[in-house]
Design a protein. Structure first.
Length: 86
């Protein structure tokens, strides 16, 4: 097999991975924004959620924290692939 074709294929795959990690980070960020809206609603309308408001707030905050870590990890992976020499 031609080494130039292999190099081009690796570059294409490399770029696809960068794009994948960046898009994944964007999608997770959208989920974070949604959960922040939920969290705000749980805080501002406690009377609607009653005694479950605190549990819902805690759960939403935990999900936000996990998603934020996932965003960082995906962005770091994209950066690692971006920094590689190909």
């Amino acid at each position: 097999m031609n080494s130039h074709a292999t190099d081009v294929d690796l570059i294409v795959q490399h770029d696809a991975l960068i794009k994948h990690f960046e898009e994944e980070a964007e999608q997770i960020q959208i989920k974070i924004d949604e959960h922040k809206k939920f969290l705000s609603q749980f805080e501002s309308k406690r009377y609607v959620y009653g005694r479950h408001a605190e549990d819902l707030k805690a759960h939403s905050q935990e999900v936000i924290n996990l998603y934020e870590k996932a965003v960082v990890a995906n962005r770091e992976m994209a950066e690692i692939f971006r920094d590689m020499d190909y």
